[in-house]
Write a protein that binds this ligand. Structure first.
Ligand SMILES: Cc1cc2nc3c(=O)[nH]c(=O)nc-3n(C[C@H](O)[C@H](O)[C@H](O)COP(=O)(O)O)c2cc1C
Length: 201
């Protein structure tokens, strides 16, 4: 199995260092208890004023109609590989405070907290996730009767990592082993003023 452990500038937890976003998944279904656990992890994310402004719709490949319906809500470039995943998830953020007209400025941030928790819980259970912004927002609204105060934000493929050879598209097979890269810390951790690298680095 392909491993892509991060080369870190400081030691970090192995769940964080080992997480990566594969496109190839095996057809092994995700056990119901594990699927429940990843949503339970999301549930316990921190959020502004404990507003919990998130929602998820889940589809498993074992329910072909529901799975195909969700797959059609991804852009074609994501559909080709995400069709392998045993579970697809759509994520939503409620952009206004429940029952109010006031905008929740951190709604998408809070959803990101929840999806990060979901991803790390998945890693702890031997699963991997691949997040997608390439989704069809209008189709999602129409297909799932999304209430107007919720915005579709992303999709997540969830399952057991598979071999790159399983990928139907040559471009995806070719990029699967690409190394993971990141900006150096001094490009985004500042002190004193914006842009001035923090001394701790
Ligand atoms: C919000 C979000 C949206 C993403 N959208 C897509 C996408 O539409 N298609 C895709 O193939 N990968 C997508 N990715 C995966 C990123 O490209 C990937 O996380 C990034 O290259 C870092 O790689 P790593 O997760 O393996 O460390 C997305 C990731 C995030 C967090």
């Amino acid at each position: 199995m392909l491993h892509k452990t991060a080369e870190t500038a400081a030691p970090i937890h192995e769940l964080l260092a080992n997480r990566w976003s594969p496109r190839a998944f095996t057809d092994r279904p995700v056990e119901p208890a594990k699927l429940l656990a990843v949503f339970e992890a999301a549930r316990w994310a921190a959020s502004s004023s404990n507003g919990q402004p998130w929602a998820f719709i889940v589809a498993q490949r074992s329910d072909k109609a529901a799975f195909d319906q969700m797959l059609q809500c991804l852009v074609p470039g994501n559909q080709s590989w995400a069709a392998l995943a045993p579970v697809l998830i759509l994520t939503f953020a409620r952009l206004k405070w429940a029952g109010e007209e006031r905008v929740n400025r951190t709604a998408q941030h809070d959803l990101g907290m929840a999806t990060a928790m979901l991803s790390i819980q998945a890693e702890a259970l031997g699963l991997r996730t691949h997040h997608m912004s390439g989704i069809d927002l209008d189709k999602i609204r129409e297909v799932y009767a999304v209430p107007p105060d919720f915005d579709p934000v992303s999709a997540i493929a969830l399952g057991y990592q598979g071999d790159a050879a399983l990928l139907p598209e040559e471009k995806d097979r070719a990029r699967e082993p690409n190394p993971r890269t990141r900006k150096p810390l001094d490009e985004f951790v500042f002190a004193g003023r914006f842009g001035a690298a923090a001394g701790l680095l």
